[in-house]
Design a protein around this ligand. Sequence first.
Ligand SMILES: [Fe+2]
Length: 171
Amino acid sequence: MHHSEATRDIFIAGLRNAHAMESQALAVIDTQLGRLESYPEMISMLQQHRHETEGQIARLDQIFEGLGESASTFKDTAMSAMGSMQAMGHALAGDEILKNHMADYMFEHFEIAAYTSLITMAQSMGHSSALPLLQQNLAEEQRFQQMLLDSLPAVTEKFLQRTASGQKADV
Ligand SMILES: [Fe+2]
């Protein structure tokens, strides 16, 4: 299958979007970490995924380097601002912890879809050196998504208990 410059541009654009998406993820995580008080288990889960996200960005940078390209600072900055606003959007909700948890779970779906599409492009276009890097990012998103779903019942129970006993429950 012949691939033109146009398809290469699509791959580069997809990688830049993924890089900006991870900048958004960092901003969401940092905003949530800055507000959390009563859920240390969520703090450590988010800290762990923050660390993973930094590694994911480094892998995307490595792919760019191999292609002689770079990420888009403009897109990164714009999506980072979007991430902060997004996470603050639940600040007035009485159940901020649950809304953030569900939004994080939804965001992981988006990330999984983005990497699935990029992996297909890399396979189709023969960018074999990018594959293991994208696959590792995908695997981390899938693991974190599962962790979010698995932890939701306990977080929900804790939210109910703290609310019932008059303790701070929203974050
Ligand atoms: Fe990510």
